[in-house]
Design a protein around this ligand. Structure first.
Ligand SMILES: C[S@@+](CC[C@H](N)C(=O)[O-])C[C@H]1O[C@@H](n2cnc3c(N)ncnc32)[C@H](O)[C@@H]1O
Length: 258
């Protein structure tokens, strides 16, 4: 079994596969092999069409994708579907955008499957933080600018307030990545400034990174709330001094409206 994968349980396996941020060339060799030979593929909204094009035409394709506010299938329904498919004896690929264990609920699905006696193989993917940073030429860590990187979600549970450790996150020596932060980025920027980060701290917003639809823009904590206001998802925010290493502003584009 390849390094970085893990087998658990008895029936199955269900392959929990990271599709990466969008460019099919960023799939791992293992992920590509599994997608191209799958008999059933259960995929999310963020899996790029370029990657779905690799699924065999006769395979069962099940779109369980969720757009914000319009859940197509609940998580318990998805869990139950995966168990049924695994028990049917098909070669099942559960395909998730980016890395399945980074803000993808992959851990919950693996636990559920294991509890039901299903073998799980986890195939890591390029998380969108790594993919988007590379795509716009920004290193996530850089000697003298950032000695660490942190990933947080900007998504609020059930519309509640975002409960993050603002004082801890407002560290000028680390890079902060915000997943699912589009709707909240103005408030996030305000909280970071209130906790001590300069308003001039550079921010990059990357939309549909690594796909032919990629756009990005550069702003600051002081301006990002306004400038990102029109953008539709998926958008990833990179906050910190490393963003100043991005190639010239001239190469940026306004984000596309939703
Ligand atoms: C539910 S999280 C899934 C993260 C995924 N598991 C990963 O490792 O990248 C969805 C968020 O990931 C980010 N994202 C995923 N793909 C992206 C892409 N191609 N470009 C920009 N952001 C992306 C966005 O912040 C989006 O709201």
């Amino acid at each position: 079994m390849p390094e970085g994968t893990m087998k658990m349980g008895a029936t199955g396996p269900v392959h929990l596969v990271g599709a990466g941020p969008g460019d099919p060339d960023l799939l791992t060799v293992r992920a590509r092999r599994l997608v191209e030979t799958a008999e059933a593929v259960v995929f999310d909204r963020l899996v790029a069409e370029e990657i779905l094009a690799l699924v065999p035409p006769d395979a069962l394709r099940l779109d369980v994708g969720k757009a914000p506010g319009q859940h197509r299938m609940t998580q318990p329904e998805i869990n139950a579907l995966l168990v049924d498919l695994a028990r049917s004896g098909l070669s099942v690929v559960r395909l998730k955008g980016g890395d399945p264990f980074t803000f993808g609920r992959g851990g919950e699905e693996a636990e559920y499957l294991r509890r039901h006696g299903i073998t799980v193989e986890v195939v890591p993917g390029v998380t969108s933080a790594a993919g988007c940073a590379a795509a716009i030429g920004v290193p996530l860590t850089h000697r003298g600018l950032a000695h660490g990187v942190r990933y947080v979600t900007g998504h609020c549970q059930d519309g509640g307030a975002l409960d993050l450790d603002w004082a801890g996150l407002a560290d000028p020596d680390t890079t902060l990545i915000v997943y699912m932060g589009f709707a909240q980025i103005g408030g996030i920027a305000e909280r970071l400034v209130a906790a001590g980060l300069p308003e001039t701290t550079p921010v990059a917003a990357v939309q549909s990174g690594t796909t032919p639809r990629q756009r990005h823009m550069l702003a600051t904590l002081g301006s990002i709330g306004e400038t990102a206001a029109l953008a539709g998802g998926p958008v990833l925010f990179i906050i910190g001094r490393v963003v100043a290493l991005a190639p010239a502003q001239a190469e940026c584009h306004a984000l596309a409206p939703a």
